[in-house]
Write a protein that binds this ligand. Structure first.
Ligand code: ADP
Length: 240
C-alpha cells in the first residue's frame, strides 16, 4: 500500500530575480514498509522535499497524496490533523522538551491530539519498548546520551499509528555507532509497516534504505538500490 506519493511536484520560493526553484518535477512513491534515503548536495532540495511530503509547506505545482488522500483537497485543519496523527518527524537536534521525562515526551503528540493520558502513556510505553528504551522512561533528556536522545525522538515519531516517518539528517549530530543505531531503528519501524524518507549525507547510512534518491538542483537525478549494506552482513548469502 502506498503511503506517500509525490506526483510531478515543484516548489518555487520568491519571485522575479530572487526566485529559487527548490524542487522540480519530483516523482516519489513510498509504500508501507519502505525506507527511502535522500541524498544530494547542500541546497539541492532535500529539506524542501521533506517539508512538502509532511504537508508543512504546499507544493507550487503537482500533487502530494498521503494514504491516497490528496493534500490539495484538505483544509488547514485536515492537514493539521494528518500531521498530528499520521506523520512523525525526526530532526538532527532531537527537539525533546527538557522539562518532560522520556515517557512524557513520547506521549506528548498523542496527548496534544486529544488521546487520554492513560492510553497515551500505554502507547508511549509500547513505542519505548519497541526501541529498547523502556528502562529510560522516567529519565529527563539531560540525563541521556546524544544517541539515546535521538532514539527517544524516534520513539516520539513512531508512537501511535503513525504511517510516515520523515527524518532530516537524524544521525547528523551523532558518532558513527549511534548513527548506525538510529538508522537501524528507522529500518525496524519500517519493517513494522511505516514508510520512511530519511535525508542523509552518508552513503554508508543510506545503505539501510531500500532505495536511494539523489537530488541535484531540485531534480531527482537518480534512484537506485543502495550498495549492499549493513543488512547484508546480518543475513549471509543475501546481497540486497
Ligand atoms: P537542502 O536541504 O538540500 O540543503 P533546501 O531544501 O533547504 O536544500 O533548499 C533548496 C533551495 O531552496 C535552496 O536554494 C534554498 O536556499 C531554497 N530555500 C529553501 N527554503 C526556502 C525558503 N523558505 N525561502 C526561500 N528559499 C528557500
Amino acid at each position: 500500500m502506498t503511503v506517500l506519493e509525490m506526483r510531478d511536484v515543484s516548489k518555487a520560493y520568491g519571485q522575479g530575480a530572487g526566485r529559487v526553484e527548490a524542487l522540480r518535477q519530483v516523482d516519489l512513491t513510498v509504500g508501507a514498509g519502505g525506507m527511502v534515503a535522500v541524498m544530494g548536495p547542500s541546497g539541492s532540495g532535500k529539506s524542501t522535499l521533506l517539508t512538502i511530503a509532511g504537508s508543512l509547506e504546499e507544493a507550487s505545482t503537482g500533487e502530494v497524496l498521503i494514504d491516497g488522500a490528496p493534500l490539495s483537497r484538505m483544509s488547514r485543519n485536515d492537514k493539521a490533523r494528518l500531521r498530528r496523527r499520521m506523520v512523525g518527524y525526526v530532526f538532527q537536534d532531537f527537539n525533546l522538551l527538557p522539562g518532560l521525562t522520556v515517557a512524557e515526551n513520547v506521549a506528548l503528540p498523542l496527548e496534544l491530539d486529544g488521546v487520554g493520558a492513560r492510553a497515551a502513556r500505554a502507547a508511549a510505553r509500547e513505542a519505548l519498548d519497541g526501541l529498547r528504551l523502556a528502562d529510560r522512561a522516567s529519565r529527563y533528556p539531560s540525563q541521556l546520551s546524544g544517541g539515546e536522545r535521538q532514539r527517544v525522538a524516534i520513539a516520539r515519531a513512531v508512537v501511535g499509528d503513525r504511517r510516515l516517518l520523515l527524518a532530516d539528517e537524524p544521525s547528523g549530530a551523532l558518532d558513527s555507532v549511534n548513527a548506525e543505531a538510529v538508522m537501524r531503528l528507522i529500518h525496524e519501524a519500517c519493517k513494522r509497516g511505516m514508510a520512511a524518507v530519511v535525508v542523509t549525507h552518508d552513503a554508508q547510512l543510506a545503505s539501510w534504505a531500500d532505495r536511494v534518491v539523489f537530488l541535484r538542483d531540485g531534480h531527482v537525478v537518480d534512484q537506485t538500490a543502495p550498495l549492499p549494506g549493513p543488512e547484508s552482513l546480518l543475513t549471509p548469502g543475501q546481497t540486497s
